[in-house]
Design a protein around this ligand. Structure first.
Ligand SMILES: [Mg+2]
Length: 278
């Protein structure tokens, strides 16, 4: 490489495309690992669903329903329902911009703290006004997915940490599962084991025959797994994207980018005679 000598210091010209911060190179050299080895390790590490370091290359790769699953139970917020409108309304009611509120929520989630601390962080009371869930708030893949689970002949349930009255809102939005419950109605909330005991009781199935689908590791995947259920982790919403970076995301039986992938798995697993002619 060409040496440049300007003033007191000799500098090495490095082509821009090869540039890496000297600290990064020094750390790798200190560990005796070449840059090429590190890149190859990274590729192997990510050669699972959510394959690339950027996480998108496996979109469209078919998934398979775990063997023995006879029922699917869905979380609500950011699994079936897009909460953007509700949080924007909360920001408006609190007198802060949505950008501010959602940025702070992201920080709390990333730090593993309770997101409900956001109001204390802002130094204001939580606004009393609540936004009711409407059909327009549903993720577009939600209703088709529940329909596909039902048509596959499996038990369909919805159970999430939600306030009183959400059951009626979800039914009005178009859901008609075998059971629909909220933490408010049950008097127990995730991640409490009692919540998942109620899921098992309502589904009327062995825990291992239930697939619980949610967007959080701490409230959905890990406690459902501890209760003996199979789990589906959907990477959407702030929790989904942040928790997908954690190693425990690998513990989920299914790692989903959308519910449409689960819908496809339902249709793919159905006996041919039950499929409508196309
Ligand atoms: Mg959720």
């Amino acid at each position: 490489m060409k040496q440049l000598r300007h003033g007191r210091f000799a500098r090495t010209r490095v082509p821009a495309k090869n540039y890496q911060h000297p600290n990064t190179l020094a750390k790798r050299q200190a560990r005796g690992v070449s840059v090429a080895d590190r890149l190859s390790d990274t590729a192997a590490h990510h050669r699972v669903r959510w394959g690339s370091p950027f996480g998108w290359e496996d979109r469209g790769v078919p998934i398979e329903l775990p063997a023995g699953v006879l029922g699917v139970v869905f979380d609500v917020g950011e699994t079936l329902v897009d909460e953007s409108r509700a949080w924007s309304r909360q920001a408006e009611a609190a007198g802060v911009t949505p950008f501010t509120l959602m940025g702070l929520l992201g920080a709390l989630i990333a730090r593993g703290e309770d997101h409900r601390r956001v109001w204390a962080l802002l130094g204001i009371e939580k606004p009393a006004a609540r936004t009711l869930i409407e059909e327009a708030d549903l993720y577009p893949d939600a209703l088709p997915c529940l329909r596909a689970v039902d048509e596959r002949g499996l038990v369909v349930g919805i159970a999430g940490n939600q306030p009183a009255g959400v059951e009626a809102q979800l039914r009005a939005a178009g859901f008609s599962p075998h059971f629909l419950a909220s933490s408010a109605a049950w008097g127990v909330e995730k991640p409490s084991p009692e919540f998942f005991d109620r899921v098992v009781a309502e589904a009327g199935l062995e825990p291992g025959a239930i697939l619980y689908v949610g967007d959080r590791l701490d409230n959905d995947v890990l406690p459902a797994r501890a209760a003996g259920m199979r789990t589906g982790f959907i990477r959407r919403g702030p929790w989904g994207h942040l928790h997908a970076q954690r190693p425990e995301a690998r513990l989920a039986d299914l790692r989903l980018n959308t519910l449409a992938e689960l819908t496809d798995a339902m249709v793919a697993g159905r006996p041919a005679e039950t499929l409508a002619p196309s």
